[in-house]
Design a protein around this ligand. Structure first.
Ligand SMILES: [Zn+2]
Length: 295
């Protein structure tokens, strides 16, 4: 099953709903970054919510970047999602396996609460929009709930989860986010509170095999489905891009690397792909650079 986000509205347009199945992309992130369970759950949750935020963008290169740093052992978590559905990201420490007393993965303990969640919306305008809020619990769902309330002034419920199999792979991942539109009635508010109080973890529902539309209808029987959007793990890095980055080094630095004879290995921090440049490649880059400078 491919990953997707379903956008819907309910209660006569007073509630807007986004639901996501993100199992495949979270698993691909695990493989790319060799993530241990708690790191996997933390990054997977941020990936899922960020992909939901990006699903309101135009289907082009507009993008949302979420950055979380709670000064916990996880270090910085950074995720970028584009309007076209591409999602990529990383976590400072991929090797965390922290479990709470109740047996759940300790995402809050890994992330920490001494810091911020920053959301940058790049809509292709001169200046991106940036929203920064204090972290609440480091559990990610609570933190984005607070972000929606403060930065977007939209009261929201954010349910997001990643189920990890005993073998460490991603069993299921998903999210359900719903928000009250301006001027919502008391009845709509109560309906949302009721859903929030009875909601099962979305990852469990996805693991049970429920389709995304079905999950929405489970909680909002009158929901109208507005849109389906695909999401996927994809980084747009390339050898050419890193070649261009090497071109920006000084001639002295390039000389030094060539004399060193070890070549250069560049690792994309977003997707962990390694690009190897041999000494001969570096000599070619130096020559090109020389040509450009002294033409
Ligand atoms: Zn990459």
């Amino acid at each position: 099953m491919i990953d997707e986000i379903v956008i819907a509205q309910a209660l006569n347009g007073q509630v807007r709903i986004h639901a996501a199945r993100s199992t495949k992309m979270v698993e691909e992130a695990r493989v790319a970054h060799h993530l241990m369970p708690t790191s996997l759950a933390a990054l997977g949750r941020v990936m899922t919510v960020t992909s939901v935020l990006a699903s309101d963008l135009k289907k082009g290169d507009e993008k949302i970047t979420s950055i979380i740093n709670g000064h916990g052992p996880s270090g910085t978590i950074l995720v970028q999602a584009k309007g076209n559905g591409d999602v990529r990201g990383f976590i400072g420490d991929p090797n965390l396996y922290m479990v709470r007393e109740d047996g759940h993965l300790d995402v809050g303990g890994a992330v920490g609460t001494d810091g911020n969640l920053t959301v940058i919306k790049d809509l292709g305008l001169k200046e991106p929009f940036t929203g920064i809020v204090d972290l609440q619990s480091g559990e990610i769902g609570d933190d984005f709930t607070y972000y929606y309330a403060i930065s977007e002034q939209t009261p929201s419920i954010v349910g997001v989860g990643v189920l990890v199999s005993p073998d460490g792979t991603t069993k299921a991942a998903g999210g359900l986010i719903f928000q009250l539109m301006p001027g919502a009635s008391e009845q709509a508010i109560q309906a949302c509170e009721k859903v929030a109080g009875t909601m099962k973890p979305v990852s469990t529902l996805i693991d049970e095999g429920h389709a995304v539309d079905e999950i929405i209808h489970m909680y909002f029987p009158d929901a109208q489905i507005l849109e389906h959007r695909d999401i996927r793990w994809r980084c747009d890095c390339s050898r050419e891009r890193f070649h261009d980055a090497l071109m920006t080094l000084s001639e002295e630095d390039l000389h030094e690397m060539i004399e060193d004879g070890k070549g250069a290995e560049i690792v994309c921090q977003y997707c962990n792909t390694k690009y190897q440049f041999e000494t001969a490649d570096l000599e070619e880059i130096l020559e090109q650079k020389h040509g450009v400078l002294h033409r």
